[in-house]
Design a protein around this ligand. Structure first.
Ligand code: SF4
Ligand code: SF4
Length: 138
């Protein structure tokens, strides 16, 4: 593996502050995969079709969570109402390829997310695993 700028690892621990759930530029859409849909629907005790009609819309061919009042529709009282089963996109934040450029991480990502720099230090192998698998390390 080529040496990366985060070779000593990166700290992150979600504070469940809801700040990343507000619509903002490139961060507006929350994509919903089939598994995400099934899990969120079950968590809310809804049939997937009913969940889809209420909370999901199609945006340029992709299923995304709807927005309400400038934030993700799942944000209630500043908290995610489906946090344990939130979509993969939310579960893998902030370890996205586009975020793992040094200037982005220490710029937009750190500004947007107070969980960056806190708690558990993810090793470079764990970060690579998240990038490759699209699943967070449990
Ligand atoms: S902004 Fe960061 S700390 Fe806050 S909810 Fe989102 S991921 Fe968690
Ligand atoms: S699903 Fe939950 S964690 Fe993801 S953007 Fe919506 S409110 Fe935030």
């Amino acid at each position: 593996m080529d040496e990366v700028w985060y070779r000593n690892g990166l700290k992150f621990c979600c504070q469940q502050c809801g700040q990343c759930c507000w619509d903002e530029g490139d961060y507006t859409e929350v994509y919903v995969e089939k598994d995400d849909l099934r899990q969120m629907a079950a968590y809310m005790d809804l049939y997937p079709d009913a969940f889809y009609r209420r909370f999901v819309k199609n945006s340029e061919g992709f299923d995304v969570l709807r927005s309400r009042d400038g934030a993700c529709i799942m944000l209630r009282g500043g908290r995610c109402r489906v946090y344990p089963v939130r979509p993969r996109q939310c579960r893998t934040w902030p370890f996205w390829v586009e975020n793992l450029r040094r200037h982005v991480w220490y710029g937009e990502v750190r500004k947007r997310c107070p969980g960056v720099g806190k708690g558990y230090k993810y090793g470079v192998d764990e970060i690579e695993k998240i990038l490759l698998s699209g699943e967070p390390v449990s």
